[in-house]
Design a protein around this ligand. Structure first.
Ligand SMILES: *Cc1c(COP(=O)(O)O)cnc(C)c1O
Length: 393
């Protein structure tokens, strides 16, 4: 099976570009130019220099000994939480801002859920002196207040999305609307491997630095670049795409994606897309999404704002359908517990998104010498309020 995108923007039956007529020129401009731009040696030099000097890459691959003892395995944490701005999101925004410059754009728009992508976008806009508008659901603005202020300090304008559940999918709708109205001078930085082609491919290429580094680091550490397992949480799927990317063709590496089950798969308050969803079109691509029988998007729920999304990227839909990636889910409660467990065992407070990946560990029976990599997508500072409200620590 082939896991990369084809020339038409499809992963198997998923992907494509289902966009309003008025967005066609923008998306077409991107589609025809992105590969040439990002494969250019000068672009690559700029990208890697910023990843090193500004983001702080390579991020460590850390052997978590006490966590390993708990799960009877050899567990490494890929420390994306140590990236500048606190998550993997900046790998992608650095890539896209350099692309936007080469496309001659002056303004940047973005959507954000947890606020991490908004912060990562506001950050690179400040870095490059570009104007930045970020759409964010009103509910998310309330539960991620520090990130809203971070964006404002960085000089971005944050606009609340007031429709639907007032979360990530609604912010995405508003950002698309803005782009339609401001097509020529604006680049839209999508924060995950979602949206019309070429976004899913472009964003997964930018994030693939994660698995590129994991391979090198494992080679140095254990003399073998292949782990037995890679775990990552999936909202739209960008950190998972990055952590899986260079292992996709190596079938002996078990890839595990952990979705947010919210209050439980059957509770009606969940964001576990593959467990509950069906094929359909969401935000410009054919993928799997949570929907009613007549195709209305179902409001998702997760305690972690970054996973509170009713779909997954088309690449993940394909990987799920073909069985290459095992999709599991963890509830709000299980994830909060796993977050506290990591804090106590290793002195690392994870983002609630990443805590879902950690919560996935307990659903497997490992052998002691199994090498397990957990992609620790972000740090928990932004989620302190939620941990505090939960209170069981
Ligand atoms: C945004 C976010 C996620 C979810 O997004 P993906 O595109 O699925 O990676 C996961 N972890 C953190 C820390 C985030 O900020």
């Amino acid at each position: 099976m082939k896991y990369t995108v084809n020339a038409k923007g499809y992963y198997g039956q998923f992907g494509g570009a289902f966009i309003p007529e008025m967005l066609y020129p923008n998306v077409e401009e991107l589609r025809t130019k992105y590969l040439q731009i990002i494969n250019d040696p000068e672009y690559q030099r700029d990208f890697h220099k910023l990843l090193k000097d500004y983001v702080g890459r390579p991020t460590p691959l850390y052997l978590a000994k006490r966590l390993s003892n708990i799960y009877n395995a050899t567990i490494y944490l890929k420390r994306e939480d140590l990236c500048h701005t606190g998550s993997h999101k900046i790998n992608n925004t650095i890539g896209q801002i350099l692309l936007a410059q080469r496309l001659g754009k002056q303004k940047i728009i973005a959507e954000t859920g947890a606020g991490q992508h908004g912060v990562a976008t506001a950050t690179v806009c400040a870095l490059m002196g570009m104007e930045c508008v970020v759409y964010m659901g009103k509910v998310d603005m309330e539960r991620q207040r520090p990130n809203v202020e971070r964006m404002r300090i960085l000089g971005a304008t944050v606009i609340p999305a007031l429709s639907g559940s007032m979360t990530l999918k609604d912010a995405t709708n508003e950002a698309m609307r803005h782009w339609i109205n401001n097509p020529t001078e604006t680049h839209y930085i999508i924060g995950s491997v979602v949206g019309p082609h070429p976004y899913p491919d472009m964003v997964s290429k930018f994030q693939s630095i994660i698995s590129e580094e994991i391979k090198k680091q494992l080679q140095e550490e254990i003399g073998n670049s292949f782990p037995d397992y890679v775990f990552a949480c999936v909202g739209g799927g960008s950190n998972a795409a990055g952590a899986f990317y260079h292992f996709l063709d190596d079938e002996h590496v078990n890839l595990v994606a952990v979705e947010a089950a919210g209050k439980g798969l059957t509770s009606g308050e969940s964001a576990a897309t593959t467990a509950l969803g069906k094929p359909g079109v969401l935000h410009g691509s054919k993928t799997i999404l949570m929907q009613t029988d007549d195709g209305q998007v179902v409001e998702p729920h997760s305690i972690s704002a970054g996973l509170d999304y009713p779909g997954i990227g088309p690449m993940h839909a394909h990987l799920f359908e073909g069985g290459r990636v095992k999709f599991i889910s963890a509830t709000d409660d299980e994830s909060l517990k796993a977050g506290i467990e990591l804090s106590r065992a290793e002195g690392i407070i994870p983002a609630l998104e990443s805590a879902h990946a950690l919560a996935g560990l307990s659903q497997f029976k490992f052998e002691k010498d199994d090498v397990v990599v957990v992609n620790l997508s972000g740090r928990g500072d932004k989620d302190l309020e939620t941990y505090i409200k939960w209170g069981k620590y």
